[in-house]
Design a protein around this ligand. Structure first.
Ligand code: 1GP
Length: 250
């Protein structure tokens, strides 16, 4: 049985080709800034909000950010936790993820064991996802003790993704690292897409309409942007990026 949010995402992807999700790092924003970002992103056509960052944020602040977003927009709110401290009862769903190229069992299954009872208690919808850090990897790569797959090894990335699918994961996320100099290359996206049959999420370093279009044309079903909204030109940029994602339609 698919949950409500997962169903919503799959239906949106089916209808629109590729969709965009806005990532809010609660550490970098006040609740009111986060709700403004959500409102602006919704107007520009984003499909959901993801909440998470790579370092520590207090849980009460995380709760406040989610409550503020919920007051302003009716978009689904999906947690994107870097650890068990990234769980809030006020979200709709959680990417229930395993960092497939971590060398630390904590990020493969340890944190998930600690999180599972809380996810159930809070009634959050778990959406199973295999997370693969590629390229520079950024803070997520360091914190998650990953061995990032280099951009020139798309076949190796595809092997990780296929393993995730065979383990029963519903989505694969190729993470170039927040603020990465270069986003995940289209060749890597294409190879993963050719080998797997599950929806593909791509994020990290996407700053332009062209990059968003290149990723969605290569096969990304969901494009995630975070960093760009934190810049002064962010508002306009998000609108252009979403245009790029939707440019893939038809
Ligand atoms: C990070 O993939 C996301 O987890 C988004 O990256 O912040 O570079 O958009 P950016």
């Amino acid at each position: 049985m698919l949950g409500r949010i997962e169903k919503y995402l799959l239906e949106k992807i089916k209808a629109e080709g590729s969709i965009h999700i806005t990532l809010v790092d609660p550490e970098k924003m006040t609740p009111s800034q986060a709700s403004q970002v959500a409102e602006n992103s919704k107007i520009n056509g984003t499909s959901a909000m993801m909440i998470g960052g790579s370092t520590f944020v207090s849980q009460s602040h995380l709760d406040d950010v989610i409550k503020a977003i919920r007051r302003i927009v009716d978009l689904p709110i999906i947690l994107f936790p870097n650890n068990i401290t990234g769980i809030s009862r006020y979200a709709d769903a959680i990417w229930f993820m395993s960092l497939l190229n971590s060398v630390d069992p904590y990020f493969l299954i340890g944190a998930q064991i600690l999180a599972a009872p809380l996810v159930k208690k809070y009634g959050l919808e778990p959406i199973s996802m295999g997370y693969i850090i590629v390229g520079e990897g950024g803070t997520a790569g360091i914190v998650g003790k990953a061995i990032p797959v280099p951009y020139n090894k798309p076949d190796l990335t595809a092997a990780h993704a296929l393993a995730g699918q065979y383990l029963g994961m519903h989505f694969i996320y190729l993470e170039g690292g927040s603020g990465a100099k270069n986003p995940v290359p289209p060749e890597m996206i294409q190879m993963v897409k050719n080998v797997t049959d599950i929806p593909l999420i791509v994020g990290g370093g996407i700053r332009t309409k062209e990059q968003a279009l290149a990723a969605s044309s290569a096969g990304a079903d969901i494009i995630v942007t975070g960093n760009i909204i934190e810049t002064t030109a962010g508002k306009q940029k998000v609108s252009e990026i979403i245009d790029g994602v939707k440019g893939n339609k038809g």
